[in-house]
Design a protein around this ligand. Structure first.
Ligand SMILES: Cc1ncc(COP(=O)(O)O)c(C=O)c1O
Length: 454
């Protein structure tokens, strides 16, 4: 029997006390978000109708670290620190000399990394006197996390859930409602944005964002909460990477490759930004791989340009790789990865060549997920299954070259509400949905006029 350890567990007092802000370490000035009407740089006052000032200040902060407020740290104790596992059984199954580690965020009450930012956002809104938060959700993980966080801090919560996910994952809706949230199928009839997009019956994250922003913008006691993309969301998620750094040190290992999936970039940023800071400050030679779906290949096939964060054009323009704000990705089960853009911070890192993006099709992703589940036990959500696919590829390269590589990846959620997708895969009935080149070119042709990005 191997005496290698499988779990690396921190104690409660070791939950990080600060978030890591990589903006402080980036060379030069990042291109600013632009006001959607004037196309001038958007200032804090442009964001104040839908966000509390404390979060806006985090969004634009250049401080290297930001202290975690005590009530947020107290809430983190419900599921943090999260475990780091050595995937010994997967290594054996792959017959690879690579040593594989994963940071598991699926033990949080909603089942993913999303409450790391949901509790921080709900806390700051409650402190600012907000009565209600609105949001979108793709797979339902983010909506569940915000419903849970609103319950902790006494806020109401209203969620627009992307139509295809609403149909595929009915129990995610039950979960949100159990925590007291109101859930709509998007596109819905209760907003102008929803009514204008009725023909897109499967919905998209971009449409659901438009619906949630519209309601927040027209009600003074209501704010909007975004589960990814923005700097402050990635900031809150850096508790993942900070814990992983400490746990890799406990294991006496240094990862040469860090891998995570990307929808809007918060799980990827949360795991990698503390490691990237070491690359920038100490010249560490770590590689970073961002895994995304071939059905929504933002980082691998998008263009680097200013675009709206939502479909209808209510949000500021952001500098990012985009497939076009009115691109409606085919309905893959990784609903959390069906977003036309990505975090400007992550896109900047891809542009600089510090992060390597890869895209995978739905069936090869589920093949990797099932292989992982059969070796390690945990049934992954379809989103991190993309990262697992990349891990298996890397482990196979290590097998061919005989290199003892050290790979770390983010297992950011469980797939207990995604079993209909597993059913379809196991029955050989899972499609690999494609979009047409015509659809992509049409969406790219409708990018807003804005200054070109270098
Ligand atoms: C389990 C899981 N992973 C990843 C994502 C993608 O979002 P992000 O890129 O912000 O982590 C989602 C989004 O809902 C998710 O639910």
């Amino acid at each position: 029997m191997s005496d290698a350890r499988v779990k690396f567990v921190l104690d409660e007092p070791e939950i990080p006390t600060h978030w890591v802000n990589l903006m402080a370490d980036l060379p030069g000035d990042a291109p600013p978000p632009l006001h959607p009407g004037t196309k001038q740089p958007a200032g804090p006052e442009d964001l104040s109708p839908i966000f509390p000032m404390a979060l806006i200040l985090q969004e634009v902060s250049t401080e290297p670290e930001i202290e975690i407020p005590e009530p947020v740290w107290e809430a983190y104790r419900l599921w943090r620190p999260t475990p780091l596992y050595r995937a010994l059984r997967l290594e054996r199954e792959l017959d690879t000399p690579a040593r594989i580690y994963y940071k598991y965020e699926g033990g949080s009450p909603p089942g993913s990394h999303k409450p790391n930012t949901a509790v921080a956002q709900a806390y700051e809104n409650a402190a600012a006197g907000t009565r209600k938060l609105t949001t979108e959700t793709g797979a339902g993980q983010w909506g569940s996390a915000l419903a849970f966080a609103c319950r902790l801090f006494g806020l109401e919560c209203e969620v627009w859930m992307v139509g295809s996910s609403y149909d595929q994952k009915p129990y995610r809706r039950s979960m949100m409602e159990s925590w007291g949230a109101v859930v709509h199928r998007s596109p819905s009839d209760v907003t102008e944005a929803g009514r204008s997009q009725r023909e897109h019956t499967t919905g998209s994250l971009g449409i659901a964002i438009s619906e949630a922003v519209e309601v927040a913008a027209r009600n003074p006691d209501t704010n909007y909460s975004l589960g990814s993309v923005l700097n402050h969301v990635l900031l809150h998620q850096t508790v993942i990477g900070q814990e992983a750094l400490a746990q890799m040190a406990m294991a006496g290992e240094e990862p040469d490759t860090v891998i995570a999936c990307v929808g809007g970039g918060s799980n990827f940023g949360g795991l990698t930004l503390p490691f990237l800071r070491r690359v920038m400050r100490e010249g560490a030679g770590t590689r970073f791989i961002a895994a995304e779906p071939a059905a929504c290949p933002t980082l691998t096939r998008g263009v680097y340009a200013y675009d709206f964060g939502d479909t209808v054009g209510l949000t500021p323009l952001m500098p990012m790789y985009t497939l076009g704000h009115n691109f409606v990705p085919p309905p893959v089960h990784a609903g959390g990865l069906r977003y036309h853009g990505d975090s400007p911070l992550v896109c900047g890192l891809v542009k600089q060549g510090l992060v390597e993006p890869r895209a995978y099709r739905q069936n090869e992703t589920f093949e990797a997920a099932v292989r992982f589940a059969r070796a390690e036990g945990i049934i992954p959500a379809p989103e991190p299954a993309h990262a697992i696919r990349a891990v298996i590829e890397e482990a196979e390269v290590a097998r061919e070259s005989g290199e003892a590589r050290v790979i770390l990846f983010g297992l950011c959620g469980h797939g207990h509400f995604d079993l209909s997708a597993y059913d379809a895969y196991l029955a050989g009935k899972l499609p690999d949905p494609e979009f047409s080149e015509g659809e992509l070119s049409a969406a790219l042709a409708s990018l807003p006029e804005a200054p070109a990005l270098a």
